[in-house]
Design a binder for this molecule. Structure first.
Ligand SMILES: Nc1ncnc2c1ncn2[C@@H]1O[C@H](COP(=O)(O)OP(=O)(O)OP(=O)(O)O)[C@@H](O)[C@H]1O
Length: 259
């Protein structure tokens, strides 16, 4: 579906590190973990074809993504960006309709079906009542849900989402992760940059650990989410506990290290 082939992401001034070679298969959810500045966003944008790699390639359905037209890419792959500031004045409905643009010919207008898909996405993200609101008037969490609704209206086969739970309260975090899990069950491939190890442990089948020097390793979540490896990754002591068969990680500090 989406494959990294000896991929080195291009971070100015950084050594090349480990070449990345992996494939995101239909139905898989990948979590990309690493400290601030490790290159998670750069990797996500490179996988989306928005940034050129330093070397190696990204293949979408067997073709080098850099050689595909953006419209072809957007018909298959949606990106949820980390910051969803307002670029230009637009309503919620106009914004979610952007997800339909890859499917509309330049000389055509949106069909009733496009509108129905966009409105269903707003409904799913509990934004239907806000469709006439300007995005500049939305709260941070509403804006994040709109970004996810826009990706949903794109009906992608692949989701690349940078911190999808950003700005969301607990209920909406669970809702978004459930939505992404539904998408995976429907055979989409999902890649998530995450800071929350507990979301990664709960929802991801595959994990890629990215270190600030460019080193990386990846594999099944069960084996990758080992406390010593994560402590080294974040340079932060952790405690891991298991409750109801689910693993949780707690960062240790002067307040709780005597737990
Ligand atoms: N255009 C650029 N020029 C110079 N350095 C850049 C550029 N783009 C990104 N960087 C640097 O590359 C590194 C990786 O950035 P990136 O945003 O990919 O990290 P990240 O792992 O997503 O971080 P965070 O967890 O803080 O979101 C950072 O040190 C950043 O400052």
């Amino acid at each position: 579906m989406l494959a990294a082939k000896n991929l080195i992401i291009d971070i100015p001034g950084r050594s090349s590190g480990t070449p990345l070679s992996f494939e995101i298969k239909p139905g898989e959810t990948w979590g990309v973990l690493g400290p601030n500045g490790a290159g998670k966003t750069t990797l996500l944008h490179t996988l989306a074809g928005l940034r050129k790699p330093r070397s190696g390639s990204v293949e979408l359905a067997g073709k080098n993504i850099q050689q595909l037209r953006r419209k072809q890419v957007a018909q298959q792959l949606a990106v949820v960006f980390q910051n969803n500031g307002e670029g230009f004045p637009a309503t919620v409905l106009e914004t979610v309709m952007i997800g339909r643009h890859p499917f509309i010919s330049p000389w055509d207008i949106e069909s009733a079906e496009d509108l129905a898909i966009a409105r269903a996405a707003l409904q799913k993200l509990e934004l239907a009542d806000l469709e006439h609101r300007l995005i500049s008037t939305l709260s941070g969490g509403e804006r994040q849900r709109l970004a996810i609704a826009t990706a949903l209206s794109q009906t992608p086969k692949l989701w690349l989402a940078d911190e999808p739970s950003n700005h969301l309260d607990l209920k909406h975090q669970v809702q978004i992760m459930e939505l992404l899990a539904e998408q995976a069950t429907a055979n989409c491939g999902i890649v998530l940059c995450l800071h929350d190890l507990n979301l990664a442990a709960q929802w991801c089948d595959k994990i890629l650990l990215l270190y600030p020097n460019g080193d990386a390793c990846w594999g099944d979540a069960d084996t990758m989410l080992a406390t010593p490896a994560l402590e080294k990754l974040y340079n932060q002591p952790l405690r891991s506990i298991v409750s109801d068969g689910q693993r949780y990680f707690i960062p240790l500090s002067s307040r709780n290290s005597g737990l």
